[in-house]
Each structure stands twice: as structure tokens, then as C-alpha cells.
Write a protein that binds this ligand. Structure first.
Ligand SMILES: CC(C)(COP(=O)(O)OP(=O)(O)OC[C@H]1O[C@@H](n2cnc3c(N)ncnc32)[C@H](O)[C@@H]1OP(=O)(O)O)[C@@H](O)C(=O)NCCC(=O)NCCS
Length: 175
């Protein structure tokens, strides 16, 4: 119940990132991963003409971000993170749905991502947004930890309806 009331009160806005956001994005990244992307890698991703990087803001403070690289008709989500102080409020889902919407607008056919097999919350988020496990990538992180390669077919109208529906629910939750 407490979580719901938080969702009701907080207004989260999503916008395209730019290089001025680099350090704030890096702080979210560092607070979220044991082996975060470096500043240089994030700078490269944000500056790439083949990327989509979105930030989530609460009162103009960056609390989360999502990054995707586009290759051909495929959108590869290379990172999504919400600052630990702002998790469980629907921000991760909002970021994910926002980048999927951008992929759809670009008429991409598929979205894909890798996720550690022990990252239950992220796996739940992706599955409940329409992703399915395509295969297991052995030792993907180089430390014995496997990843799932997860895929979403963007051309599938059932999927589009499903995440439009989720979005509607989120809009209600934000009021
Ligand atoms: C994965 C991550 C981005 C999710 O962001 P978030 O803002 O906390 O996610 P949301 O609040 O939108 O929650 C998404 C779903 O997970 C559920 N969830 C979130 N936190 C949870 C928790 N601690 N326990 C159980 N369920 C949880 C939510 O209930 C929600 O499901 P619902 O819409 O059916 O209620 C965030 O946990 C994070 O930054 N993790 C560290 C970085 C990471 O692992 N990124 C993914 C790499 S592949």
C-alpha cells in the first residue's frame, strides 16, 4: 500500500538525454552496477547517432536512465538503471516502455537485451513487458555468471497492445 501511494504522488518525466547529462547518468550507473560502464563508454553511447538514451527526472533531478543502440532493424537495450533511492516506484518500467515506444516509432522489428540470470527483478520487468528468453549465454559476464538473451518482437500487435495497456495503468498510478 505504501508503494502505491508513492506511485500516486511522484511525477516522473522522461526526456532524451544529451551530453550535459553525462555525469548524472554515470552516477546512476555507478550506484546500480558492480561493474558500471565508464564515463567514456557512456559518452560514446550518448553521442552515437545510432543510440537512444532517455533519462527519468523527478523535479529535474535525474533518477534513472535507459540506453539502446540501433543496428539495422534491431534495438539493443544496453543499459537500464534507476538510482537505488527511487526504485520500486514504476520508473524502470516507464523507462523501458518509453524506449520500446521509440523503437516502434522507428519501425524496428525487434528489441533485445542481456540480463544476468540472477537478476530476478529485471527479468520480471522484462517478461511482464513482453520479452521472452531467447537463449542462455554461458559466462556472459566473464566471472562464471550466465545471462539470458531476451527478445521482444515489436511487430507483434499483441505485444504492442500489451505495453500500451501497461502504459495506461502507469498513467493512472502517477496521478
Ligand atoms: C531493474 C530496475 C531498472 C527496475 O527499476 P524500478 O524503477 O525499481 O522498477 P519498477 O518500479 O518499474 O518495477 C518494475 C516491476 O518490478 C517490481 N519490483 C520492483 N522492485 C521490486 C522488489 N524489490 N521486489 C519485488 N518486485 C519488485 C515492481 O513491482 C514492478 O512490477 P509491477 O509493475 O508488476 O508492480 C532497477 O531495479 C535497477 O536499476 N536495478 C539495478 C540495475 C539493473 O539490474 N538493471 C538491469 C540490468 S539488465
Amino acid at each position: 500500500m505504501l508503494k502505491m501511494s508513492n506511485k500516486l504522488r511522484i511525477h516522473v518525466s522522461i526526456r532524451n538525454a544529451n551530453l550535459d547529462d553525462l555525469f548524472k547518468i554515470y552516477l546512476v550507473e555507478k550506484s546500480s552496477f558492480d561493474r558500471p560502464y565508464s564515463l567514456d563508454t557512456l559518452r560514446w553511447i550518448i553521442a552515437s547517432k545510432n543510440s537512444i538514451v532517455l533519462v527519468a527526472e523527478i523535479e529535474r533531478k535525474i533518477v534513472g536512465y535507459v540506453a539502446g543502440l540501433i543496428k539495422g532493424s534491431v534495438g539493443h537495450i544496453v543499459s537500464i538503471a534507476v538510482h537505488p533511492n527511487f526504485r520500486g516506484l514504476g520508473i524502470g518500467r516507464k523507462l523501458l516502455l518509453s524506449i520500446l515506444e521509440k523503437f516502434s516509432e522507428l519501425r524496428l522489428s525487434r528489441a533485445l537485451l542481456e540480463v544476468a540470470v540472477d537478476n530476478d527483478i529485471a527479468i520480471y520487468l522484462y517478461k511482464s513487458s513482453g520479452f521472452r528468453v531467447s537463449r542462455r549465454l554461458r559466462n556472459y559476464y566473464g566471472d562464471g555468471l550466465d545471462a539470458f538473451l531476451m527478445v521482444l518482437d515489436l511487430g507483434d500487435t499483441t505485444t504492442l497492445l500489451r505495453y500500451n495497456k501497461s502504459k495506461k495503468i502507469m498513467t493512472l498510478q502517477e496521478r
